[in-house]
Design a protein around this ligand. Structure first.
Ligand code: SF4
Length: 178
């Protein structure tokens, strides 16, 4: 197990004093830099900044940052939510580290696909089967991992096979957290 101990800090963001949302940081006693190329290879939308020895990721409205000795997340409701979110991220790091022999590490910095780039590959019928009012809203949520490709069932119709393949090229589905 890579991370065995950590201290949790939950605080109001300094840029937004009095906010009802919180930021949280897990301070680590172990250097987790070695897992970054494996997270970069498996997390949809991750941006690995090798020079800065950091990896950022957006998930479900949270901006997440992994540094050598800390993991931070933003926009959490309360302390309990912060604890749950960070525990999930720590489990993710540990699981990824344990699976590293099965993963080809990736040290490149990839640009996140833009919502418009994703939208161009969707059926653009605004059929609402995914639970979103428009395909563009779905594209926005796909970029932040609030939706999965499988949530758009029309995408699996034969006429979209080519676009589905392109979508899968630019989007790596994230593993479950927690
Ligand atoms: S299910 Fe697919 S095609 Fe229908 S609105 Fe959602 S993204 Fe668009």
């Amino acid at each position: 197990m890579l991370i065995e101990h950590y201290d949790l800090e939950v605080f109001t963001p300094p840029c937004d004093p009095g906010s009802e949302r919180f930021a949280a940081t897990a301070r680590l006693t172990t250097d987790i830099s070695g897992v970054f190329p494996y997270l970069n290879a498996t997390l949809r939308g991750a941006v690995y900044l090798r020079e800065a020895n950091a990896l950022t990721w957006k998930k479900g409205g949270h901006n997440i940052a992994f540094h050598a000795f800390e993991i931070s997340t933003s926009n959490v409701e309360d302390r309990a939510a912060a604890e749950k979110e960070l525990k999930g991220l720590i489990d993710l790091v540990n699981r990824t580290w344990e699976r590293r022999d099965e993963i080809t590490p990736d040290a490149e910095t990839h640009q996140r696909p833009t919502p418009m780039a994703i939208y161009k590959l969707l059926p653009q019928t605004n059929c609402k089967q995914c639970g979103e009012p428009t395909c563009y809203t779905f594209a926005l949520k796909l970029t932040t991992s609030q939706k999965k490709i499988a949530d758009c069932q029309p995408m699996f119709e034969p006429q979209y096979a080519g676009k589905l393949a392109e979508l899968r090229e630019i989007i790596i589905e994230a593993p479950a957290i927690g």
